[in-house]
Structures are given as C-alpha cells and as structure tokens.
Design a protein around this ligand. Structure first.
Ligand SMILES: NC(=O)c1ccc[n+]([C@@H]2O[C@H](COP(=O)([O-])OP(=O)(O)OC[C@H]3O[C@@H](n4cnc5c(N)ncnc54)[C@H](OP(=O)(O)O)[C@@H]3O)[C@@H](O)[C@H]2O)c1
Length: 335
C-alpha cells in the first residue's frame, strides 16, 4: 500500500511516499481504505522529534482520517459492513495515539478496532470528516463538558487560527458567546471575522493583554465593573499564561488543553485567588463526541474550517506551512 512516512526525525525532507505491506485485521478490527487525513499541531513535533514520545519507524503522520471499510475481522459486529463510510477515533486501546506513538493514518489502509469506529452520516465528505476528530473533538470537550461556555459569556481565544482554535471559536459562537479571537497576521484576522469572531487581536503586532483591555476593559475583583472575560481559552502557555489571568473576570475560568509555547509558564497566583478564578484542564474527547461532531457537520450546524485539500504526495508542503504558522484551520490530504 501507498503510505507517506518518515524513517527518522528531522525536517519535511524526511517525508516520502513508500510502498509498505498493508496491515491485516485482528478478529475485532476492520481495515479502512483511507480517503482523507488531516494534520494537527502535534504532527510537525513528531516529525522533528521534539517531544519525549517514542516514535516507531517507519512512521506515518496524522491521527485524523476518514474512509470506507474494506475488510472485517472475524468477530466484528454486523453493524460494521464493507463499504460503510467511517472515521476513526485515533486513540487505540493499548497502543495510544495514531501519528504519535503508533502508526499514523497517512496510508492507503489502516486497521482499527471496531470500538474506534464512528459512522459518517450521508452527505458528509471524507475531507470534512477527516478535519474533525482531534481538533474539533478537543475543542468540543473543552468548550462544552469542561468549560460549560454559555450564551452571553465573553470569551477570549488565544491561537484562534489553528485547528483547535477555529473549532473553539465556532463552538463558542454556536452557543451565543461573544468572542475575541487572537491570531497572527492580517489575512488570518480577516478569516477569523469571516467565521464569526466579534473582535480580533493581531498578535503579530499587538500585545494581546493591552489590546483586550482596550476592547473590554479591566476586570474588577469586587464585580464593580463589567470588564474582562468570563472565559479565556489558552493552550499556548509560555509567556501568555500569566497575562491571561489578568483578563479574567471574578469567577471566570481559564481553559487549558495544551502548551504550544511552553508547559511550565510563570503564573500569578494573586489573580487566581483575588478573582476566584478556575483553572480547568481538558484532555481529549470521546467516541460519542466525535459522532456528535460528524452529525453537526452533516446537517450544517458546523462547517469545518479547511485551509487546503491536497494529495498526500504534497504532505511536505502542508507540514512546512504548519511549521511556519501559515495555516488557518485544518490542512487536509487525500489518498
Ligand atoms: N489535550 C488534548 O487532548 C489536545 C488535543 C489536541 C491538541 N491539543 C493542544 O492544543 C493546542 C492547539 O493545537 P492545534 O493542533 O490547533 O495547533 P498548534 O499548531 O499548536 O497552534 C495553534 C495556533 O497557535 C498559535 N501558535 C503556534 N505556535 C505558537 C507559539 N510558539 N506562540 C504563540 N502562538 C503560537 C498559532 O497561531 P498564530 O500563528 O495565528 O499566532 C497556531 O495557529 C496545542 O498545544 C496542542 O498540543 C491538545
């Protein structure tokens, strides 16, 4: 089978198309002919080897994928049939995350257990389905179950231009929140407005703390003013973390699902106690969340934001763009 792989850590020049043996399904697994995959922020990190995770070589990128079932293991439930269109929940039991510690999905054929299957509703394209799992799944859990973002709340999203960021923005707008979206560059700012941002801060030229204070005012710890945000979404970390705390209203919350710019940031505990803030972590999503997102995308409640759709042979270009922060939303590749 055709696969896009790297055999050692390095730059995008390590990515190449290889002819690998196709997997065989275990009794409780199906084989999927992959039609589309999507990149996430972690893919360039896995290629570069900048995490402590141990990558098996040869390694294909991508945890996000959609395709059709082409073979069933002997013990697979009759509800899963050859020809059915599916996406995969990429955290495999006992093996971990596809594209991180187990083979990614940028291959013509993948084998996954039936418990990881999610049905594609009619009318949902493989490209849209592949854009949803990791980024939209993570955002969905963070904004709903963990963050409880509600109508009328004021929400600030840092790094709103990435996969998780655009999803957070769309989900916050869908419940009726007022959103300030931060992103780097004029063209990204225009796109943030197109997908519903009420306010945009261009972090390539403006300090988000002072720009946000100019927009909504400073919070007050006694509730005497209406400044600040009910919710700050911060998976950037690094030097944005302590600044974020200064923008959160009394009883407000900061939602954290990652730390793109550093996981051991300086904090400022005074804001956490004085404003009675809650720091809320969020990790992953469920198979049911992924199914819900597929239904939302199929019936038009959610339109996945896709930066580009390219053939998998152009993986290096897509990966380079992501590394250079030159992407808005999700990069999709077809096989
Ligand atoms: N816990 C979980 O289950 C889970 C799952 C998925 C993702 N995550 C985490 O969620 C975060 C977002 O993931 P992602 O895939 O959407 O993309 P990402 O590549 O991590 O970045 C999203 C956005 O952050 C901004 N950014 C990137 N590097 C930055 C830096 N060094 N300093 C400041 N801003 C930076 C960029 O926007 P601009 O260039 O416009 O500024 C980019 O569009 C990551 O930290 C990831 O690890 C967690």
């Amino acid at each position: 089978m055709k696969a896009c792989v790297f055999e050692q850590h390095g730059g995008v020049d390590q990515l190449h198309i290889a002819d690998l043996p196709a997997p065989r399904p275990a009794a409780d697994e199906v084989l999927i002919r992959v039609r589309a995959v999507a990149l996430n922020g972690f893919d360039p990190m896995m290629l570069a080897g900048s995490t402590k995770l141990k990558v098996p070589f040869p390694m294909a990128p991508c945890g996000d994928f959609a395709g059709e079932i082409i073979e069933r293991g002997d013990a697979v439930d009759p509800r899963w049939q050859v020809g059915q269109r599916v996406s995969g929940y990429p955290i495999l039991p006992g093996k971990g995350m596809m594209g991180e510690v187990t083979m990614g999905a940028a291959c013509e054929v993948v084998a996954i257990p039936q418990q990881n299957l999610v049905t594609l509703p009619d009318g949902l394209s493989f490209e849209h389905a592949a854009a949803l799992p990791v980024a939209y799944g993570t955002a969905y859990r963070m904004m709903t179950m963990r963050g409880q973002v509600k109508a009328g709340e004021r929400v600030l999203i840092l790094g709103a231009t990435g996969g998780v960021g655009v999803a957070c923005l769309q989900l916050a707008k869908a419940v009726g929140a007022e959103v300030t979206a931060c992103g780097g560059g004029v063209w990204k700012g225009e796109k943030l407005r197109e997908i519903g941002a009420d306010h945009v801060i261009d972090t390539s030229k403006d300090d988000f703390l002072s720009a946000a204070r100019d927009l909504v005012g400073k919070p007050s710890y006694d509730g005497s003013s209406d400044g600040g945000y009910d919710v700050v979404v911060n998976y950037i970390g690094g030097d944005t973390y302590a600044k974020s705390l200064k923008l959160i209203k009394r009883y407000g919350r900061i939602l954290v699902c990652g730390a793109t710019a550093g996981y051991d940031p300086q904090t400022d505990l005074r804001y956490i106690w004085s404003f009675e803030q809650s720091v809320i972590g969020s990790n992953g999503w469920t198979v049911e969340d992924q199914q819900t997102l597929m239904e939302m995308a199929a019936d038009g409640r959610l339109v996945p934001v896709i930066h580009a759709v390219r053939p998998v042979e152009e993986m290096a270009t897509a990966m380079q763009e992501l590394t250079e922060r030159n992407v808005f939303g999700k990069s999709v590749l077809t096989l």
